[in-house]
Design a protein around this ligand. Sequence first.
Ligand code: GTP
Length: 484
Amino acid sequence: MNDLKKIRNFSIIAHIDHGKSTLADRLIQICGGLTDREMKEQVLDSMDIERERGITIKAQTVCLKYKAEDGNKYILNLMDTPGHVDFSYEVSRSLAACESSILVVDSTQGVEAQTLANAYQAINSNHEIIPVLNKKDLPASEPVKIKDQIENIIGISSSDSILVSAKTGEGVKNLLEKIVKKLPPPQGNLDAPLKSLLVDSWFDVYLGVVVLVRVIDGSLKKGQKIKFMASNAAYTIDRVGIFNPKIQEVDTLGPGEIGFINANIKSVSDCRIGDTITTEKHPTQKVLSGFKPSQPVVFCGMFPIDTVDFKQLRDSMEKLSLNDSSFMYEPEVSPALGYGFRCGFLGLLHLEIIQERLIREFNLNLITTAPSVVYQITLKDKKVINIHNPTDMPDPMKVDYIEEPWIKATIILPEEYLGSILQLCTERRGEQIDLTYSGSRAILTYNLPLNEVVFDFYDRIKSISRGYASFDYEIIGYEINDLV
Ligand code: GTP
């Protein structure tokens, strides 16, 4: 167990490709988590697809030891998070497990849509934030301009920001010093009844079901009888450990610490993310507030090209869903395509990634139908039904009204492309909510029907702006529309 005052828990958040995973590599290297021989690029992106595409899909946690200039030894729990909008759910979980955030901004690009979305999430979680201006080694780096953007667009002070190159490691030591000096230690009470947050869970071939936890009060140890409060399931802990980033068993996890436990848990579905873990004997009285469940918003059908592969497809989907609680699937029969599944995803990238994993990791040949969204139909008898397939549409005579999902989109773009982007949003039935400027960049807020966005909206924004605009969205709810 570690001294609370010497622990710092932080998430690394950023827009996609601004250098989070590379910065995490440098932090791990400087703290001696891995030897130079063990180090490979973006160690925390462990899936093949993550490494090939250079994107983070799954949030990862590492526990590092750092000896600061003041001579004290600190424990740093770092959570690397995905940058893409489809995986913002992963970001919210990491934020809930930490007290602080490191906001990485590419100093050649500036504040982008996901920088803003993730920074707001961190602010709403009451996080202390250190802005980090990355890619200082590149000639196009403009730290002064980017510091202004951080203040004007996000609205947080950038006077404490640190300029680094995650690639060469320059400035990263200064960042570590700033982390131990500026970020607050966690708070907690060792003597209070056990209260810990179930941050994540997944299936590991060596460890079985792994439960990532953040201890708030009390402590977790091997042999202890614990209870998951939401599911009311009881288990005995078999192993307690941390990732440094290799697996290391420890005796205890105390207040403020982040690590994992193994117990005799049969299935990942028994672990409700956001649940409170306590002891059977002296349960905590206060349950943690948990997380909003993640909702799939994009749906498509997936069918095996060869019908004999149906069973293999079902087994593969079951395996994938074990490690990805946001992926949903249910059997579907199509007159043209035969037996298959209707699947729900967090967005188009999520769909693409699951599809690619089914093809590559499970050797399946698939037909995927065009993506669609969920429509909420209220019938004349006031019954509400959800449909994501036009073939399920009830008799129009019975329908009172139809609602479709809407999003609030934030688009950050260079001013010269504003006219064309406004035109695109209008064509897609958008309603303008706000337009502000920071220097020569426009920050545009629009409400749009999700259905108009799922197909090629992002690609169109990218091509109109020659890749300079960024886009982020959140679901705001359902609105009545005259739909056919
Ligand atoms: P996601 O995981 O997809 O959200 O991206 P990320 O923010 O983790 O970015 P990543 O670390 O994958 O870096 C994106 C690209 O920028 C990679 O090609 C890195 O090699 C490069 N990069 C990161 N930091 C630096 C830097 O300091 N200097 C230079 N020149 N390149 C960098």
